[in-house]
Design a protein around this ligand. Structure first.
Ligand SMILES: Cc1cc2nc3c(=O)[nH]c(=O)nc-3n(C[C@H](O)[C@H](O)[C@H](O)COP(=O)(O)OP(=O)(O)OC[C@H]3O[C@@H](n4cnc5c(N)ncnc54)[C@H](O)[C@@H]3O)c2cc1C
Length: 394
């Protein structure tokens, strides 16, 4: 990898991601999908452009990008390759936990500088055999002795873990802790061995390479992120995941609509002076696409508007924000497949074919993962409990 530029700002990163999406990600997306392989060309290009450290605060050499800016990076990349955008979004969600909850630790301040210098890629291991999709409970526990930690975990799904420089792992605080008394541990590549336990031959998001893994790790105790995961989850992991995922699902849907629009314009050119009937459907689906964008963009802006003081940050674990983020995730994960489906109805058989420039197969399959990635039923069940006590539903 070439040494990344370190004088970045959002404008330069956005330009780089747009170029990488067009020149790199788009040309490899079909092969990544067909062979369920990691999008190595795209991630290498993102590293060389310094995109991996976009959210690292400026005082540590990063670009200090806001949530709205990160969401624009993810949605832009998603228009070319959904798997690449999902890798970037998951990386940002994990890095944000380190950047927002590790600053009191000299170890993590140094790690953030290293992320800028080496453009590390961080993966996530929240899922576990036996806890199903509940990220807020763990069976595995970190054990500490003589300044070292030991942590083993049997994860059901671990995206791009084999390609990551570090994995951020949820676990119980110690072997006597309750299932929900969790911490995050930053496990670096040199600290772990991985044994693949399941396959990743899926309908979509094939390039995320997310089979099950058995993790065996040990390292310095300093690598345990300060504070409880209950806080880093509510303040950071959930907002970053739900907003960035929503932005990238929108990106996939937006590319599907763009393909449909190109198709409709081609029809219009064949019959000058008349508006093809498919243009009416295009107008209708563009309403849904715009509403979806408003949903994630306004949530990102509202998140950015929350100040850094403890008093302002206290809003985030509140029921109002939890419901807003749950609603955002469920709404966008339901809207994306509907929009791609409507684009397919416009394009017809050329969208159904895999070898046509209007093909929508990959888009369709990729967005079907959205409602499963933390099951919507699980999220709605939590919202239902909150709504029993939360009166301000406006
Ligand atoms: C593309 C992709 C990438 C992923 N990457 C990672 C990763 O990097 N790291 C990681 O740790 N995990 C990852 N995951 C896993 C993900 O985060 C979830 O843990 C996993 O998808 C949930 O699996 P599940 O459907 O078996 O679990 P569950 O949530 O247990 O759902 C199983 C079934 O139970 C239903 N259900 C659950 N709760 C309720 C309820 N309260 N009421 C009614 N029905 C309910 C669901 O609707 C579903 O039908 C990834 C998943 C995907 C799709």
């Amino acid at each position: 990898m070439n040494t990344p530029r370190i004088d970045q700002n959002f404008g330069s990163l956005f330009g780089a991601v747009r170029r990488i999406a067009l020149e790199v990600a788009a040309s490899h997306a079909a092969d990544v999908d067909k062979n369920a392989r990691f999008p190595i060309e795209t991630i290498t290009a993102l590293r060389e452009a310094g995109v991996m450290s976009a959210l690292v605060p400026r005082e540590f050499g990063g670009a200090g990008c806001s949530m709205s800016e990160l969401a624009q990076l993810c949605s832009t990349l998603a228009q070319a390759c959904g798997s690449s955008a999902m890798v970037l979004a998951m990386h940002y969600s994990q890095l944000a936990c380190v950047a927002r909850h590790g600053l009191q630790s000299e170890y993590f301040r140094g790690y953030l500088r290293d992320v800028v210098r080496h453009q590390y890629l961080l993966a996530s291991m929240t899922s576990e055999v036996g806890t199903f999709g509940d990220t807020r409970s763990s069976i595995c526990a970190v054990e500490c002795r003589d300044g070292r930690f030991m942590l083993d975990k049997d994860a059901t799904t671990g995206s791009y873990c084999e390609h990551a420089d570090a994995i951020v792992v949820t676990c119980r605080r110690d072997p006597s802790a309750a299932a929900s008394d969790q911490v995050l541990v930053l496990v670096r590549r040199e600290d772990f061995t991985l044994k693949t336990t399941t396959t990743w031959d899926t309908l979509g998001m094939r390039g995320t390479c997310s089979p099950g893994f058995r993790l065996v790790s040990s390292g310095s105790q300093e690598q345990i992120v300060p504070g409880a995961f209950a806080d880093s989850s509510a303040l950071t992991m959930v907002p970053y995941s739900h907003i960035l995922w929503s932005s990238l699902w929108w990106g996939i849907a937006a590319d599907a609509v763009a393909r449909a629009a190109t198709f409709v314009r081609g029809q219009a050119r064949q019959a000058p002076g008349s508006v093809p009937p498919t243009a009416q459907r295009l107008a209708e689906v563009s309403i849904q696409l715009q509403a979806m964008k408003q949903n994630w963009f306004s949530a990102a802006q509202a998140f950015d508007a929350i100040g850094p003081s403890p008093g302002e940050q206290e809003q985030l674990p509140g029921i109002g924000w939890a419901l807003r983020l749950n609603n955002l995730k469920v709404a966008c994960s339901e809207a994306a497949p509907q929009i791609v489906h409507r684009a397919l109805q416009i394009v017809g058989i050329l969208g159904y074919k895999n070898d046509s420039p209007f093909s929508l197969g990959r888009h369709y399959r990729d967005v079907l993962s959205a409602s499963l990635m933390i099951a919507n039923d699980r999220i709605n069940a939590k919202s239902a409990s909150m709504l029993l006590v939360f009166k301000d539903v406006s």
